[in-house]
Design a protein around this ligand. Sequence first.
Ligand code: ZN
Length: 70
Amino acid sequence: MIFTNPRGAPELACDHCGCRWVDRLKGKAYCYECGEEISDEAIAEFQRAIADFSAGNRSASAAGQEENPE
Ligand SMILES: [Zn+2]
């Protein structure tokens, strides 16, 4: 499950209970709250969301600089 925080950044959350307290160990992620494993699919989705967010931030700051030539 992917949440978006108020700054627009994605946050990985547990598919089972929805908590965002995830423990990543040895390439696997587990929920602290209910102990369920976070699926590879959810992690892949989260990594794509992070990449999209980073790309969006870079283009947003570049556009901001062009708007303020002085
Ligand atoms: Zn959980």
